[in-house]
Structure formats: C-alpha cells, structure tokens
Design a protein around this ligand. Sequence first.
Ligand code: FNR
Length: 185
Amino acid sequence: MTKYKIAMLVGSTRTGSINQKLARAIETTAPDSLQFTPVTMEDMPWYNGDLESNRPDSVNAFTDAIRQCDAVCMVTPEYNRSIPGVLKNAIDWGSKPPAENIWKDKVIAMTGTSPGGIGTAIGQQHLRQILAIQHAIVMPGETYITFKSPDMIDDAGHVADDSVREFIAAFGERLNKLVALMASA
Ligand code: FNR
C-alpha cells in the first residue's frame, strides 16, 4: 500500500481545543494509507520582511516539514469570521519568497469545528480565498462541524455518534483519493 505523508495543522493549541479533538478524529478514522504528522506553527515570530535575510530556525523547520509532506490537512477554528492569526502567519511565511512558495501545487484539505450552528463555514471560505492566490490544490467540498456537546469527540479522537464518525471518515477518504490522484498525475 502506498503511504502518503499528511502535515496536520491545527489552528488552536489550547487545552481542550475542540479542533484538536477533531484532528485526532480525522487521524483515527482516515484510511491507513494516510500518515499524519502534527506540525506546529506557534513558535514562529510574526512575519517581518526584515527577517528574510536570515530566516528564524522555527520558520525553516516549518517550511521543511510542509515540503516533506504530500498534502496538508488544516483543521481550524473560526475567529471573528476568519482564521486564527497563527494560521495566517504560517501561511504568510510559507508564501515567501514567491519562487519558494511551499503552498504552490500542494494538496490541502480543510475543515473545522465550532460550537456555533455554522461550524466554521465563513472562516473556511476565507481560508479558501487565501489559498487560491497560493496556487494550492484545495480539496473540493465543504466539511463544517458543529460541536454539539462537550463529549462529541474525546481527546483521543473517538467520536461518540456513528453518523458524525462516518462524516469525518468521509473527509479522510476524500483526501486519500485526491492525494493519490495527484501523486499519479
Ligand atoms: C471565537 N469563536 C467563534 N466561533 C464561531 O463560530 N465564529 C466566530 O467567528 C468565532 N470567533 C471567535 C473569535 C475568538 C477570538 C475566539 C477565541 C473564539 C468561538 C470558537 O468557535 C470557540 O471558542 C472554539 O472552541 C475555538 O476552537 P478551539 O480552541 O476549541 O479549537
């Protein structure tokens, strides 16, 4: 079986993050061919062009990690109808310099969860817009999840409800199909 490396980027690292729980659920329900690696974004400084001549080690570690993966899975909260600054900052670092843009032709799947009824829908639309200018290959379809109760997904990624688990598993299956398709192209 061909294995694909997937960088897992989660837009929240707070204790008890529901998006961290969703990320674990994706990992536990996805096909075995997908191998997920968590990649941290929090230790990078805010983007500043003055740092371009000597990029911080944390930035180089991040861009190297993304380059080594076949695809990226972004699981993110919606903050004020957009994405958290930590994710935007990581995208900005990765987009420069243009000739070394790590997002170009990279397969990227996105999802997210919030307690609200629209479950990150507007934040994801914003993320899709940001990734379009990067020439990323963004997975079609939309996966928004309302985190209806605190025990919907536990810290290990076990999903209480069968239909929610199947919905999350379908996201992983679509990512698997797309990354295999692009690898064969
Ligand atoms: C939020 N939250 C939120 N929720 C939402 O559905 N739409 C939104 O625009 C926002 N905006 C927002 C801004 C900021 C600064 C915070 C801290 C929170 C609520 C958010 O969905 C909720 O706090 C989630 O629990 C955050 O995800 P994690 O940290 O649990 O993964």
